[in-house]
Design a protein around this ligand. Sequence first.
Ligand code: DC
Length: 243
Amino acid sequence: MSGAVSAPKKGLIITIDGPSGAGKSTLCRQLAARLGYVALDTGAMYRAVAVAAARRGLDGEDCAVLEKLCAAIRIDFRREADREQVLLDGEDVSAAIRTPEMSLLSSRVSRCSGVRRALVRRQQEIGAAGGVVLEGRDTGTVVFPRAEVKFFLDAGVVERGRRRYRELFAKGIEVDLQQTIAEMEARDRADQEREDSPLSAAADAVRIDSTALAVDEVLDRMLEIIRRHPGFTPAAAKSPGDT
Ligand code: DC
């Protein structure tokens, strides 16, 4: 994958950070579609590392082993029939990365600095050319601290738990609502308290609480802020795999 660091930028770098279930993925995808930008779900990359580790029976706490794993695997994105796919060594793992088990394991592997370094480097390569919306926990603080527009999207934990429950239910994954909320709280705590790049809002991020807002309302607020940026230029819709 080429870095394209010195090429002229094709658009803004926009970041959306926040806890799970706040609506980051949906808004990242919709914003990118509206702007003709690339959407980059950075959490999907940590989830892909978790799937690779689980399949090899690796210890999710052994950072040296996980760092080696990151050097040995390849994570790509591909858009097919308007659906963004996550590929692990060429295999579509888009469904496998979304189970509750992989949610917990991805949070665990994301504590390892070696894993973070490898994935952040890759995210920077994909986004360097601009015209990109990234979402995750550290995209505005660590991956692109100089991103032109940064959002911090939050929502109450019960509402976030309900959203995640509905999402899993729609995919045929049966979970308990109270357990989903409890797991989400535990994962939030782990993501906020880890030493390397904990979840936090960048000082210059625009904070939006989506608890009582519909997706379209959040989208409109975000678009208004982005369009006001002096460097804003729309481009043609792309996939992270196109860079
Ligand atoms: O956004 P998500 O739920 O798919 O992310 C899964 C896990 O990956 C999350 O619990 C923490 C980790 N993550 C991270 O540490 N940094 C990111 N930029 C994105 C995700």
